[in-house]
Design a protein around this ligand. Structure first.
Ligand code: NAP
Length: 259
C-alpha cells in the first residue's frame, strides 16, 4: 500500500480525454485535487464534472500547451484553486500520421510544438509551485513509439517522444536540488479516443501483436503515474516505465505465435 496522495494538488494536461482523463481519475479516486487541462473547455468541464459526480475533487481549465501564457495561467489557476502544485502530469499530445516523403514543415512543427515544447512550457510554468511543494513530482507521458519502436507515419511523433526522454535526463538533474523528481511512463497501445481514430483494423492487428492479447486501458497508465507521484517513489528520478502488455518483448512473429 502506497502512502496516499490525498489532498495533493495535481495538474494533468490533456486530461479531457484518453490517457490524461484516466490519469486524472486515478489521482482523484485516491483523494487528490485535480486540474483538468485541455483546449476544449466543454470537454474539460465535462471530465471535471464527472469526477466531482463520482465524489472526487476536480476543476477544469482551458489552455493550449503550445502557448506559454496559457501555461502560466494554468499554473496560477491550479495554485489558487488547490493551494499549490505538487504533481504535474505532462500528458497532452497529438499523433497525426504523415509519411516523411509528404510531411510538411508545419506538420512537423505542430507535433514537436505540442508534444515536446508543450512539455517544456508546462513544466516551466509549474516549476515555482513544484519547488514550494514538499516533494514535487513531474510525470511525463512519453511512448514506446520513438524511444523503442518505429511506425510508418510517425517520424515527427517518435522524435517528440524520444525528445521528452532526452529532456527528462537533464531536467531531473537540475530539479534534484529542489526535491523534485522527473520520470516518464511509456505507454504501448492504449484504448483512447485518439487511438480509436486510427480505425478498427489498426486496433485489431495491434491487439494480436501484444503478448497479453489486449490493448491497454487508461487506468493502466494512471496507475503507473500514481506510483511515480507517490512518496515511496521519492528516490526514483530520470527513469521510465514501459506499460505495454509486453508488446515490445517478442523478438519475432514466430516467438509471439509459439508462446
Ligand atoms: P487523445 O485521446 O487524443 O487525448 C488528447 C488530450 O490532449 C485531449 O484532452 C486533448 O484535448 C488534449 N490536447 C491535445 N492537444 C493539446 C494542446 N495543444 N493543449 C492542451 N491540450 C491538448 O490522446 P491519448 O491517446 O490519450 O494520448 C495522450 C498522450 O499519451 C499523448 O502524449 C500521447 O502521445 C501519449 N500516448 C498515447 C498512446 C495511446 O495508445 N493512446 C500510446 C503512447 C503514448 P483538446 O483537443 O481539447 O485540447
Amino acid at each position: 500500500m502506497l502512502t496516499s496522495v490525498e489532498g495533493r494538488s495535481v495538474v494533468v494536461t490533456g486530461a479531457s480525454k484518453g490517457i490524461g482523463k484516466g490519469i486524472a481519475k486515478v489521482f482523484a479516486n485516491h483523494g487528490a485535487k485535480v486540474l483538468i487541462v485541455a483546449r476544449g473547455a466543454d470537454d474539460a468541464e465535462a471530465t471535471a464534472a464527472q469526477i466531482r459526480d463520482e465524489g472526487g475533487t476536480a476543476s477544469a481549465f482551458s489552455a493550449d500547451v503550445t502557448k506559454s501564457e496559457d501555461m502560466d495561467a494554468m499554473a496560477a489557476a491550479a495554485a489558487e484553486r488547490h493551494g499549490g502544485i505538487d504533481v504535474l502530469c505532462s500528458n497532452a499530445g497529438i499523433f497525426p500520421q504523415s509519411h516523411l516523403e509528404d510531411m510538411s514543415s508545419d506538420e512537423w512543427d505542430l507535433v514537436l510544438g505540442t508534444n515536446l515544447k508543450g512539455t517544456f512550457l508546462a513544466i516551466k510554468s509549474c516549476l515555482p509551485h513544484l519547488k514550494a511543494s514538499d516533494g514535487g513530482r513531474i510525470v511525463l507521458t512519453s511512448s514506446i513509439t520513438g524511444p523503442i519502436t518505429g511506425y510508418p507515419g510517425w517520424t515527427h511523433y517518435g522524435a517528440s517522444k524520444s525528445g521528452q526522454l532526452g529532456f527528462m535526463k537533464t531536467a531531473c538533474m537540475e530539479f534534484a536540488k529542489y526535491g523534485i523528481t522527473v520520470n516518464a511512463v511509456m505507454p504501448g497501445n492504449i484504448v483512447t479516443e485518439g487511438l480509436e481514430g486510427l480505425g478498427a483494423d489498426y486496433l485489431e492487428t495491434m491487439a494480436a501483436s501484444i503478448p497479453l492479447k489486449r490493448l491497454g486501458s487508461v487506468e493502466d497508465i494512471g496507475n503507473a503515474a500514481l506510483f511515480f507521484a507517490s512518496k515511496e517513489a521519492g528516490y526514483i528520478t530520470g527513469q521510465t516505465i514501459v506499460v505495454d502488455g509486453g508488446q515490445t518483448i517478442p523478438e519475432s512473429i514466430e516467438a509471439l505465435e509459439e508462446a
